[in-house]
Design a protein around this ligand. Structure first.
Ligand SMILES: NC(=O)c1ccc[n+]([C@@H]2O[C@H](COP(=O)([O-])OP(=O)(O)OC[C@H]3O[C@@H](n4cnc5c(N)ncnc54)[C@H](OP(=O)(O)O)[C@@H]3O)[C@@H](O)[C@H]2O)c1
Length: 252
């Protein structure tokens, strides 16, 4: 299969890294010349990656086309491109819905997908809408596919993906606190990364328990986890988290 990426930015780089590390049978990966720096870097690094002359040539050379441009660019250029009939189109674009995408591309074979940057290490959730078995099989090699029927629901997942930077900031604050207490930076960061990695991995191993049960399982009455949770709740830490999610949701 030959695939092409319209827009060679952050998410395209991660998806291509993931594809190369996977066992997916992809013969050629065409990328658009923009961004110049990233496209040059990718084509130098991976033999299969070829820079197309322009967007139209990329579409014509590919069986599947991935839309990895920003919404604004999508509104500006999709209308003027000619997609092949029944060519598979996969859109990563956050805020252009299926109806609009079909209008722009004059193609009905479209799936919206939400990859996240760690797709580059073939990890993490990947939202797919609407359900499509071929797209599911493809992305299951790059992470954990979660299919949804109604694209409106995808807005909720876009919203929660805003917690990547806050999550890392939580880690950074933890590590900085250790450093201020006299732990050297390297040890503080190593400790923090390992702690949060183990917690996430453990939650996957224990997927017979729901998250509420995990919260309960990880504290003993009167213990330090129970105290930390109680104090954070009292200071409305988690209420604020909900409010922030509601506020991000309004953007979609
Ligand atoms: N980043 C993520 O984690 C993530 C996750 C899921 C979905 N998405 C979605 O994926 C899309 C891309 O996100 P991104 O973070 O990868 O953005 P990005 O890094 O800004 O990449 C956008 C790319 O589009 C290129 N471009 C601009 N105009 C173009 C044109 N006329 N023809 C072809 N390419 C053009 C840009 O090139 P120049 O630099 O030369 O302008 C750049 O390489 C967005 O719609 C976003 O919502 C992103």
């Amino acid at each position: 299969m030959k695939i092409g990426f319209l827009g060679t930015g952050h998410i395209t780089s991660s998806v291509i890294e993931g594809i190369i590390k996977s066992k997916l049978k992809v013969k050629k990966i065409y990328i658009s010349p923009r961004n110049r720096l990233i496209s040059k870097k990718l084509s130098k690094k991976f033999k299969k990656v070829v820079i197309s002359k322009n967007n139209q040539q990329l579409i014509e050379s590919s069986n599947w086309v991935f839309l990895a441009i920003t919404p604004q660019v999508g509104h500006n250029i999709l209308n003027s491109l000619s997609f092949k009939k029944n060519q598979k189109i996969i859109s990563f674009i956050s805020t252009i819905n299926l109806t609009k995408l079909k209008q722009y591309t004059k193609n009905k074979n479209i799936t919206r997908v939400i990859p996240l940057p760690f797709i580059g290490i073939r990890k993490g959730p990947i939202i797919i809408c609407p359900r499509n078995i071929k797209v599911k099989n493809f992305f299951n090699k790059l992470g954990k596919v979660i299919e949804i029927k109604n694209e409106k629901i995808s807005k909720n997942f876009w919203t929660t993906s805003s917690f990547m930077a806050p999550f890392y900031h939580f880690m950074e604050t933890t590590s900085n606190w250790l450093t201020r207490r006299g732990v050297n930076r390297r040890s503080a960061e190593d400790y923090t990364r390992e702690l949060f990695l183990a917690l996430s991995q453990d939650s996957i191993y224990k997927n017979n328990l729901n998250l509420k049960q995990l919260v309960s399982e990880s504290q003993t009455p009167g213990g330090i986890n129970a105290q930390a949770l109680r104090e954070l709740k009292k200071k409305k830490f988690y209420k604020i988290q909900q409010k922030v999610l509601n506020s991000i949701f309004k953007r979609f």
